[in-house]
Design a protein around this ligand. Structure first.
Ligand code: FE2
Ligand code: FE2
Length: 463
């Protein structure tokens, strides 16, 4: 089909979908004014799918874009359809070849009935699957993905340097301003909303030399993601995030060799370490731009859910309502990091350990939220695919948490791939022999850690 003909056909289809959607508000669903435009679109799509597998339409600034070109002639039913889609939040919608008339009808009903606004593509995708729509997908616009990675990277690097200089300041006897900490926390929080995978993937950087700093940022990122899932208000999220960033700042008051000691601590040494939440509380209290909430959350980050931790509190002590988040994020990052005295647990192992700590040191509700937030295969999990290839999970897929985004790093014969291959397991794209890739099992990441580290920096473009 010729380009111009394609565009006319698309315009015609969008117009019909708009008409049907508009008429949904006026007539019952079975009315011909609602039904026949959809049936017409279904027929038109057959023509379209004669020589291709999908129709992807992007929406940019309220304009419909097909294969990079804007389709300008927006008439009112067209605008109605695009307007509704934009309001719900879908930046791109993809109709697959095997679409049924029912898919289309439910899709119109979905657009008609969905009252939520500004949903993320992942949330919309989940709703589409719940509604039973099999061959219509939404996704974020591809081109943005590279930009997002670069921005996320910049935010992460920035956050590390903010923590580093705050801690250096304290060691030099100065009280740093909290303004920078607050600003990077806001940046992390908005990046998580914009592209969660891009931001979360960076928490996989486990730099041993800079452990204290990257750990602080990782805890902030993870805590903000959890706070988001718990639907905390924006100011509450920032309080938690800032506390995450600065939770261990009190360690600056301890001797360096004590913090870096690779072996088990003596009783006396541990008594020293136990002072850092209180020291942190005092420091945060002196910093500008830091809310008392953040200071209390720092004070209580080792208090434990059953209050058996430190600093010891009197019976019946009321801890801050949001001081249950940092301990969970702290524990996850510590468990998944390789230290001189500890092997790195892989994400699922870490979550298993944490579920055993739930109700004792960790708040069971927050543990359940983090497990849900990270999904069945958290970013960083190493998996074996049905093709016997080894892959690293780098992002969540669409609605199906069993099908994340991965990079294949080792081929079926056990040889590292010269350049890792990106695969979205939720996309119906096949392998050479036409079989869809899927996850068979998780594998021990220590077996492939060097290949994975290389793949990871290539993926995050840090190399
Ligand atoms: Fe701590
Ligand atoms: Fe920590």
């Amino acid at each position: 089909m010729e380009r111009r003909a394609q565009e006319l056909l698309i315009t015609e289809m969008i117009r019909s979908l708009g008409a049907s959607l508009k008429n949904r508000g006026l007539y019952p669903p079975s009315h011909p004014q609602v039904k026949s435009p959809v049936e017409k679109v279904f027929k038109d799509l057959r023509v379209f799918f004669a020589d291709r597998d999908e129709l992807a339409l992007a929406i940019s600034d309220g304009t419909l874009v097909f294969e990079g070109y804007p389709i300008f002639n927006l008439t009112s039913p067209l605008e109605f359809f695009v307007g509704r889609l934009t309001r719900i939040g879908a930046p791109a919608v993809i109709f697959g070849k095997h679409l049924t008339l029912e898919d289309l009808e439910i899709f119109i009903r979905f657009l008609h009935e969905t009252k939520e606004q500004g949903l993320s593509p992942r949330e919309i995708q989940k709703l589409l699957v719940q509604a039973g729509i099999a061959h219509i997908r939404v996704k974020p616009i591809e081109e943005n993905d590279q930009d997002d990675k670069a921005i996320a990277n910049e935010i992460y690097t920035n956050a590390v340097s903010v923590v580093t200089s705050a801690m250096m300041d304290v060691r030099m006897g100065r009280i740093p301003s909290g303004a920078e900490s607050e600003r990077v926390t806001r940046d992390i929080s908005s990046m998580l909303t914009r592209n969660r995978d891009a931001m979360m993937a960076l928490t996989l950087i486990k730099n041993f030399d800079e452990y204290t700093y990257t750990h602080s940022v990782n805890v902030a990122v993870m805590a903000l993601a959890v706070a988001d899932a718990m639907r905390l208000s924006a100011p509450d999220k920032i309080n938690v995030g800032v506390a995450g960033l600065l939770h261990d700042i009190g360690k600056t008051q301890l001797a360096l060799d004590l913090i870096r000691k690779p072996s088990t601590l003596t009783v006396e040494e541990f008594e020293e370490i136990k002072k850092h939440p209180q020291e942190g509380f005092v420091l945060l209290g002196k910093m500008s731009h830091i809310r008392p909430d953040s200071a209390y959350i720092v004070l209580e980050h080792h208090l434990r859910f059953d209050q058996s931790g430190y600093p010891p509190q009197s019976k019946g002590y009321q801890s801050h309502e949001h001081s249950n988040i940092i301990p969970v994020a702290d524990c996850y990052d510590a468990l998944t990091t390789m230290r001189s005295y500890q092997k790195a647990r892989y994400p699922q192992q870490a979550l298993e350990i944490m579920s055993k700590l739930a109700g004792k040191s960790l708040d069971p509700y927050v543990v359940s939220v983090i497990s849900k937030t990270l999904g069945a295969y958290p970013v960083g999990t190493m998996v074996r695919l049905n093709t016997m290839e080894i892959a690293l999970v780098v992002g969540q897929g669409g609605a199906d948490e069993e099908s994340p985004k991965v990079v294949v790093i080792v081929d079926r014969n056990g040889n590292p791939l010269p350049s890792p291959e990106h695969v979205d397991l939720s996309e119906p794209e096949g392998t050479d022999d036409g079989h869809r890739r899927s996850i068979l099992a998780t594998v021990n990441p220590n077996l492939y850690s060097s290949v994975a580290a290389g793949a990871l920096s290539a993926t995050l473009e840090l190399a």
